[in-house]
Design a protein. Structure first.
Length: 283
């Protein structure tokens, strides 16, 4: 497993990939999120320079974020989809092979079945484009109870339901983004993770939870850095992933206001230290 720097999740803002690579190297990260949309306009020389920079800093690529908005109307979806082939091609040319998104656990208008079918159709289109360019595609289910009951119709919110959606999509490159927070709020255990193979796991998010709050009352945007509180059983989570042989990116995504208020170096230093402490739980 590789300690990964994904800047938006910790409030870090950079102007380009080179600046992000520098932060990752400086603070001991082993992989870094590729800004794949930035790569689309690169010349061959610019690609060579960036690949050399990554190699010099002994970094590998983590997982890029999907920019296609598949949650709204058809026009919005297809408008975003038209740019995906060029982005996927550029990401692959740079040596990246992972992209991910998240699934909203509720909807204001669509019933579960209608929403499920729409997701399967649209994400199949996304997955097919990515598969054509050798990109693996990760889906993150969202287990937070408050987000599930906030709208009229609940939707996919646990590993078993996400597995059903992945089966319905039916493209071989689709797998999971496993987030310790959502694993915990979905009331899952290591046995659920053991149902997966390492090939089915595209990326991992590692978070802890505030103390003194019931799981069902936890707020999705008020998490803690990994191993900060011990509320979430990260020992079990990480050791199960390790037993599967998972060797991809592990990112912190705490949505933590005090962390977001720090400057880039401070935020990266705290996040790197937290991830390394959590990795110390692996036997």
């Amino acid at each position: 497993m590789k300690i990964d720097l994904t800047p938006g999740a910790i409030g870090v803002k950079v102007k380009d990939q080179r600046e992000l690579n520098t932060l990752a190297h400086k603070h001991g990260f082993q992989s870094v999120q590729p800004r794949s949309s930035e790569f689309v306009g690169y010349s061959r020389l610019e690609m060579d320079v960036l690949r050399a920079d990554l190699q010099e800093k002994k970094l590998s690529w983590g997982s890029a974020g999907l920019r296609v908005d598949f949650r709204k109307d058809e026009t919005t979806f297809h408008s975003g989809l038209k740019d995906l082939p060029a982005e996927a091609k550029a990401l692959k040319a740079m040596g990246g092979n992972r992209m991910n998104t998240w699934i909203s656990p509720s909807h204001g208008d669509l019933t579960y079945i209608r929403n499920f079918n729409q997701h399967a159709i649209r994400l199949r289109e996304v997955a097919t484009i990515l598969n054509d360019h050798g990109i693996r595609f990760g889906l993150e289910y969202v287990g937070t109870l408050g987000l599930r009951i906030g709208k009229k119709f609940p939707f996919v919110h646990c590993m078993a339901e996400a597995a059903e959606l992945i089966t319905a999509i039916g493209v071989s490159n689709v797998g999971f983004v496993l987030d310790s927070w959502h694993w915990w709020t979905a009331m899952e255990s290591s046995d659920d993770i053991k149902t997966l193979t390492k090939e089915q796991i595209i990326a991992v998010d590692l978070n802890d939870a505030p103390v003194g709050i019931r799981m069902e009352d936890q707020q999705d945007n008020q998490r803690e850095l990994p191993a900060a509180t011990g509320v979430i059983d990260l020992r079990s989570f990480l050791n199960t992933l390790n037993s599967l042989g998972y060797d991809g990116p592990v990112r912190a995504e705490p949505f933590n206001k005090p962390l977001n208020q720090l400057d880039n170096d401070e935020a990266c230093a705290k996040t790197s230290a937290a991830l390394k402490e959590a990795f110390g739980l692996i036997w």
